[in-house]
Write a protein that binds this ligand. Structure first.
Ligand SMILES: N[C@@H](CCC(=O)N[C@@H](CS)C(=O)NCC(=O)O)C(=O)O
Length: 215
């Protein structure tokens, strides 16, 4: 049995859950709250020394870092392949995963979604300077992903890949912010892909609690 350690509000945990759902692999989500007062629990730091979620165990295999987990899910289990067959396709998928990790998560989720949507839910004002400073990078991310987006129905063509699983949780949150909705209006292929992917059963089955902690 796979155990996935994390929280249902986490973007990165949702990426792994989407891959498991698309693959049709059963797993148990074991709650870990890395934002708990006092920090991540010691037993989680033994699995993930940086104190992030998710981590995964499967028999003797323990993994952390979401992209490694995504590849393991695809390669260790039966089910529809979630990586392209050819070298250019795999490289393109890796390029998208890298863009998401390196540029998109912090900017789209923390600097824009958390500031505009989560923080203001509690009545606090958004940090407008942080949001405006993130907009240049957000524009670049959206236009880069729009340029890489195939005609569909999936991000990289005719079947879902790990790129869909990793991109959808981040972009779905970003879309909830007015800045995200505005930038996605200028990226029609990406917006249409996101709407289609959000309608998939895997997306509904991995729904996040829209709480204070959404990240
Ligand atoms: N490089 C890590 C990043 C994971 C990550 O940042 N997860 C967030 C939740 S979505 C987290 O654990 N944040 C806790 C913190 O930053 O203290 C991965 O790929 O798994």
């Amino acid at each position: 049995m796979i155990e996935l350690f994390g929280a249902d509000y986490s973007v990165y945990v949702r990426s792994a859950r989407l891959a498991l759902a698309e693959k049709g692999v059963a797993y148990k989500l074991v709650p870990v709250d890395v934002f708990a007062p006092g920090g991540p629990p010691a037993e989680h730091l033994a699995r993930q020394p940086f104190g992030k979620i998710p981590a995964l165990t499967h028999g003797d295999v323990t993994l952390y870092e979401t992209v490694a987990i995504l590849r393991y899910i695809d390669e260790a289990f039966e089910g529809p392949p979630l990586q392209p067959d050819d070298a250019p396709g795999r490289a393109r998928m890796t390029q998208v995963l890298s863009i998401l990790d390196t540029y998109a998560y912090r900017t789209l989720v923390w600097d824009i979604f958390v500031e505009r949507v989560v923080r203001t839910r509690g009545g606090a004002p958004a940090d407008e300077v942080k949001i405006s400073s993130a907009m240049g990078q957000a524009r670049t991310i959206v236009s880069a992903l729009e340029a890489l987006c195939e005609d569909g129905p999936f991000l990289l063509g005719d079947r879902p890949t790990l790129a869909d699983c990793h991109a959808a949780p981040m972009l779905a949150l970003f879309w909830q912010a007015e800045e995200g909705a505005m930038l996605l209006k200028g990226a029609p292929k990406l917006a249409a892909w996101l709407a289609r992917f959000e309608a998939r059963p895997s997306f509904a089955a991995t729904g996040q609690v829209r709480g204070e902690k959404a990240s």
